[in-house]
Design a protein around this ligand. Structure first.
Ligand code: PMP
Length: 323
C-alpha cells in the first residue's frame, strides 16, 4: 500500500499518472490544438498504451511475466515500451526499416527488444505481431483493430477535450481534423464530439503522396505516424457509420513547412503529422468560415525527428512562411 500512502501525500506512484490533462491552446483564431506531444514518451500514444495494458490486466489477458508485442511505426512502440518498463513486462517492438532513428532509440532506452520487419510500411510487422500474439505468454494490443483504442479516445481524450472547451467558454466543438494512422483518434474523439454536437464536422487527413483513403493507393511520404500503407480495421468499421465528412490530402512538404512554422512562431516543437493537421485545419476554416471552433491534435514531439528534419543547416529555414 506504499502507493496509496504516497498518493495520500500528494505524490505520484509513477509517470503513468502524468499521462493526459494536456493543454488545449488556440493556435490560430478558431483553431484549437490539443498538445498531446507533451505526454510521457512524447506522444498521444501514451494514452492507449496505459489504457489497453490496464484493461488487459483487468481482463486477465496480460499476466506477470508476459511479453507485449506490437507492430508500430514508432510512437506506439515508445509508449508501450514505457508502460512495460514501469510494470515489469517484456516488450518486443516490430517496426519497418526506414523510420526515424530516434524512435528506435527511445524504445531501446525503455528496455524493449526491437525487430525490423519489412520496409517503411508496418504491413509485414503487423502479420508477425498477430502470429506472435497468439502464442502462450504474449499479448498483442493490435492497435489498428482494437475497439479499446476507440474506447480510450472517446472516453478519455475526447471527453477531456470537451471538458476543456466547455470550461474555456468555447462550448461544443464545430469540427475535428485528424490524420489517420490507426484511425482510433479520429473515430473515438469523433464519437465523443458527435455526442455533444451531432453536426460536428469530422475531417480525416492523409498524405497527398499516399492517398490510401481517397484513391486506394499508398506511396512513400514524410508524414510519419499516418497512412501506414493500408486502410486500418478501425477506419473500415466506423468511418461510414459515424459519417466522416471528408478526407483532406496534404502534401509532405507543406506539412513539414507548417511543422517548422509551429516551432518558430508558436514555440511548439512537434512532428510532421502536427503540421499536416494544421494545414488541413486551415483549409477547413477557409472553406467553412462559419465554423467557429475547429479542434486538431499535435501528436508527437519534434525531438523524435531531429536527425531527419531539424539537424541539417539551412533546411530549417524552409518554413512555409506565414505571419
Ligand atoms: N500522428 C502521429 C505522430 C502518430 O504517431 C499517430 C499514430 N500512429 C497519428 C498521428 C495517428 O493517430 P491514430 O493512430 O489514432 O490514427
Amino acid at each position: 500500500m506504499q502507493g496509496q500512502s504516497l498518493l495520500h501525500r500528494g505524490l505520484s506512484e509513477s509517470v503513468l499518472e502524468a499521462i493526459g490533462d494536456t493543454p488545449l491552446i488556440e493556435v490560430e483564431e478558431g483553431i484549437y490544438a490539443k498538445l498531446e506531444y507533451l505526454n510521457p514518451s512524447g506522444s498521444i500514444k501514451a494514452r492507449i498504451a496505459k489504457y489497453i495494458v490496464e484493461k488487459a490486466e483487468r481482463e486477465g489477458l496480460l499476466l506477470p511475466g508476459h511479453t507485449i508485442v506490437e507492430a508500430t511505426s514508432g510512437n506506439t512502440g515508445n509508449a508501450f515500451s514505457m508502460v512495460a518498463a514501469i510494470k515489469g513486462y517484456r516488450m518486443v517492438v516490430l517496426m519497418p526499416e526506414g523510420l526515424s532513428t530516434e524512435r528506435v532509440a527511445i524504445s531501446r532506452a525503455f528496455g524493449a527488444h526491437i525487430e525490423h520487419v519489412g520496409e517503411f510500411y508496418v504491413t509485414e510487422a503487423l502479420k508477425r505481431a498477430r502470429e506472435l500474439g497468439k502464442k502462450e505468454g504474449y499479448f498483442c494490443p493490435a492497435q489498428f483493430d482494437s475497439e479499446w483504442n476507440v474506447e480510450e479516445n472517446r472516453e478519455w481524450l475526447g471527453k477531456e477535450i470537451l471538458g476543456q472547451l466547455e470550461e474555456g467558454g468555447v462550448g461544443a466543438p464545430d469540427a475535428l481534423v485528424m490524420g489517420v494512422g490507426t484511425g482510433g483518434t479520429l473515430i473515438g474523439v469523433g464519437q465523443a464530439f458527435r455526442e455533444k454536437n451531432a453536426e460536428a464536422k469530422l475531417i480525416a487527413v492523409e498524405p497527398e503522396e499516399s492517398c490510401t483513403l481517397l484513391c486506394g493507393e499508398s506511396g512513400v511520404h514524410k508524414i510519419e505516424g499516418i497512412s501506414d500503407g493500408f486502410v486500418p480495421g478501425i477506419y473500415e468499421r466506423h468511418a461510414e457509420r459515424l459519417g466522416v465528412d471528408e478526407v483532406y490530402a496534404v502534401g509532405s512538404e507543406e506539412a513539414l513547412g507548417a511543422m517548422r512554422w509551429l516551432a518558430r512562431r508558436r514555440g511548439l516543437f512537434v512532428g510532421p503529422s502536427s503540421g499536416a493537421n494544421l494545414v488541413a485545419a486551415r483549409r477547413l476554416k477557409e472553406a467553412h468560415p462559419e465554423l467557429k471552433s475547429i479542434v486538431t491534435l499535435f501528436c508527437d514531439e519534434g525531438e523524435k525527428y531531429i536527425s531527419e528534419h531539424f539537424a541539417g543547416e539551412g533546411r530549417t529555414l524552409e518554413t512555409g512562411e506565414r505571419a
